[in-house]
Design a protein around this ligand. Structure first.
Ligand SMILES: [Mg+2]
Ligand SMILES: [Zn+2]
Length: 276
């Protein structure tokens, strides 16, 4: 078992869209959504939207069918499966909701690869209406973090995970995210951890502007292909550092595969520079 915990954001990290926007847009309720947005927190808007869709006769099955069509890069599922097979502990921290996330993960056949999903509660009530509640009940008390939306501070979740990890063995965390809500948890990571911000997305901008505040090593990624290659490379690097024989062997195989074409390349004559 590798001593690595990989924490994924969900929207625009695992799937390639925002699940809330995806459902609202696909079910033709964007105008009402945009009207509500300035009047209450996003999480409350989503619960209100589910009421509206229910009134319009849209069922939970309609919502699930839409979710199953959410776009995802073809390398993300293989990346998750490989990370799991290498012994990583995979978790999700997301400001979407449990109903959306579980629907998509079950559909993709990867629900059981995650040991934990930290997100807003989402369930179908007795009327058949989907309810979306805040992860943190901000009506009764504030979580006190001014970087995060009132319903969820992802940084507090990371601190909880850090505290729960056994002290007998050092664990390294890799955090992947794209949104502004992923900045706070990035600040909680330690020197030995890694943050993988999606390039040119809000968390990447925030990290670039506040580099000195981030202790973790930063590895940006653009798309699912890079998510896979960078994540697996980091897992290999960490495993090697830990001196795990099994992971070291994997890296050796990797090196062999890389050095063969590279060595062959070196014996080729150098390409001549193009002269004007
Ligand atoms: Mg996201
Ligand atoms: Zn926070």
């Amino acid at each position: 078992m590798a001593g690595i915990v990989v924490v994924f954001d969900f929207d625009k990290t695992i799937i390639d869209s925002d699940s809330d926007n995806w459902v609202v847009d696909e079910l033709g309720a964007s105008d009402f959504f945009n009207q509500l947005l300035p009047t209450m927190p996003w999480n409350s808007v989503m619960d209100r939207m589910m009421k509206e869709l229910h009134t319009q006769g849209k069922t939970k099955d309609d919502i699930q069918e839409v979710l199953k069509r959410a776009p995802i890069h073809p390398r993300v599922v293989p990346a998750i499966k490989t990370a799991h097979s290498l012994g990583c502990d995979l978790r999700i921290v997301s400001d979407a909701n449990l109903f959306y996330i579980e629907t998509i993960l079950v559909h993709l056949g990867i629900r059981d690869f995650f040991s934990e999903i930290n997100t807003n509660p989402g369930y179908v009530n007795e009327e058949g209406r989907l309810r979306i509640l805040p992860f943190h009940d901000f009506q009764s008390s504030s979580h006190g973090c001014n970087l995060c939306p009132p319903n969820m501070c992802k940084g507090m979740i990371i601190e909880r995970i850090q505290a729960s990890l056994g002290k007998e063995r050092k664990k390294t965390m890799i955090y992947l995210g794209d949104g502004s809500g992923d900045f706070c948890p990035s600040l909680k990571l330690k020197d030995e951890d890694y943050v993988m911000p999606r390039k040119n997305f809000p968390v990447w901008d925030l990290i670039c502007q506040n580099r000195a505040l981030v202790r973790a090593k930063i590895h940006e990624w653009n798309d699912g292909e890079e998510l896979e290659s960078i994540l697996l490379k980091l897992i290999d690097t960490i495993s090697l550092q830990e001196g795990h024989a099994k992971s070291a062997q994997l890296l050796l195989v990797d090196c062999k595969m890389e050095t063969i074409p590279m060595a062959a390349h070196e014996t080729l004559p150098q390409a001549l520079p193009v002269t004007q």
